[in-house]
Design a protein around this ligand. Structure first.
Ligand SMILES: [Zn+2]
Length: 111
């Protein structure tokens, strides 16, 4: 989990936007939305499924939860009274994103 948090806070999580900017992909968009870049904050915070999970966990309404800075978001909630829930929520969202991503790739459903 520490490596996962480190990757998020150092912009090293291999989202579509990250691998596109490293010239390892031809597309930076979210595979679930197709109209926005998939950076870490979008993938783990803003994307529909992620937002639904945070809402279900009762975290979407917490103060400062709906920020646009991934660094501030990670820093605030990895050192709080809800650290475990926050980290597990992000991990689950990332795992689900990867399941959808690789299913799309394996089935040849991407552009
Ligand atoms: Zn998305």
């Amino acid at each position: 989990m520490k490596l996962f948090i480190w990757k998020i806070s150092h912009n090293a999580l291999p989202t579509n936007s990250t691998i596109f900017h490293r010239h390892l992909s031809s597309d930076s968009v979210c595979i679930r939305r197709l109209d926005v870049d998939e950076d870490a904050i979008h993938c783990l915070h803003d994307c529909g499924m992620a937002h639904d999970i945070w809402t279900d966990l009762g975290m979407a309404n917490k103060d400062d939860f709906m920020t646009r800075s991934v660094y501030q978001w990670i820093r605030k909630f990895t050192y709080s009274d809800i650290t475990s829930l926050f980290v597990v929520g992000m991990w689950w969202i990332w795992k689900h994103r990867n399941m959808v991503f690789f299913m799309v790739v394996m089935l040849g459903l991407s552009g």
